[in-house]
Design a protein around this ligand. Structure first.
Ligand SMILES: C[S@@+](CC[C@H](N)C(=O)[O-])C[C@H]1O[C@@H](n2cnc3c(N)ncnc32)[C@H](O)[C@@H]1O
Length: 294
């Protein structure tokens, strides 16, 4: 059987229910520039990475598991003349070393399942962001709560509870870019067209019946329930500032503690010796490395 997503997402520039305009808005909100280092986990065919690097000149490391998508991403990067700005690493994200405090932005659009959901993704990504950088996640949420009977929550929650997961991870939510019905329709119906065209072109394929069954089931689910109930948004949250470790700046009037015990203050030096004075920083790193890097 051909890989479902290689067929269904053949024509997608961006493999999520969002738009090029919203990706560029994200870049503006993050204040990306030529000095910014961005990690793009599960970068797919590189749609968001190419848009951001072309517009803002930032450096991007994209990590993608599927060879089908990583190769398209590399072609797109080359065609856009961005080889010097974007590197595509073909690897399972759980096997990619998340260097401590390496990036200004760590982003994962539409793949929080890599770490078992949003909470695990925040634990994994926050320590790789330096200073007051950003963790960005594209994530579904339920528009209606409680859900109608018979609809499984799939681990997602309502919008406010989704936002609360960032706060619980010690992150300050700063930007929300939600998908419109048009974004959803474009994303979903590009699947339909690609699948219909593939089925027309391969009527005798032994897997054609199974592909049609699955395509029609997904389409019906979208029309009957998902379009009304499921939202999706890009959430961009900032790390707490790391306090400087020297006695002088630690006693500075601008360094204060918040209620969670994280020290707030001016952006720290980004040198590797800077320490994150926030409890979750060390906890998150430890639990992440225990699960994925040992
Ligand atoms: C919904 S798509 C999003 C792609 C891209 N972020 C975008 O917005 O266009 C999810 C991507 O996650 C990739 N993926 C799934 N599991 C992965 C893993 N464990 N490591 C790296 N990539 C993974 C898939 O191959 C797919 O390209």
């Amino acid at each position: 059987m051909p890989w479902w997503y290689a067929v269904a997402e053949r024509d997608h520039e961006i493999q999520n229910p969002t738009s090029p305009e919203k990706i560029l808005l994200l870049g503006e909100r993050l204040r990306l520039g030529a000095d910014s280092d961005v990690l793009d986990i599960a970068c797919g065919k590189g749609g968001p990475a190419v848009l951001l690097a072309r517009e803002f000149g930032c450096r991007i490391t994209g990590v993608e598991r599927a060879p089908e998508f990583a190769s398209v991403a590399r072609e797109r990067v080359a065609a856009a003349g961005l080889n010097g700005r974007i590197e595509i690493v073909e690897r399972d994200a759980t096997e990619f070393e998340l260097e401590s405090e390496r990036y200004d932005v760590a982003m994962c659009l539409g793949a929080s399942f890599v770490w078992g959901g949003l909470e695990g993704t925040l634990v994994a990504l926050a320590p790789t962001v330096r200073g007051a950088g950003h963790v960005v996640v594209g994530e579904p949420y339920w528009r209606r709560w409680p859900l109608p009977e018979g609809v499984a929550d799939e681990g997602f929650v309502a919008l406010a509870e989704t936002a609360a997961r960032f706060a619980n991870a010690g992150l300050r939510l700063e930007t929300l870019i939600a998908s419109s019905p048009d974004d959803w329709d474009r994303y979903e119906t590009l699947h339909w067209r690609a699948l219909e065209e593939w089925l027309d072109a391969n009527p005798d394929d032994p897997d054609a019946d199974e592909l049609r069954r699955r395509h029609e089931a997904y389409r019906d689910e979208y029309l009957h329930r998902q379009r009304e109930l499921l939202g999706w948004a890009i959430f961009a949250a900032r790390r707490f500032y790391a306090a400087r470790s020297s006695a002088g700046s630690a006693s500075s009037a601008r360094n204060v503690s918040d209620s969670s015990g994280c020290r707030l203050g001016p952006p720290a030096s980004t040198s590797s010796s800077s320490k994150i004075a926030c409890a979750w920083g060390s906890r998150g790193l430890a639990s992440h490395s225990a699960r994925n890097h040992e």
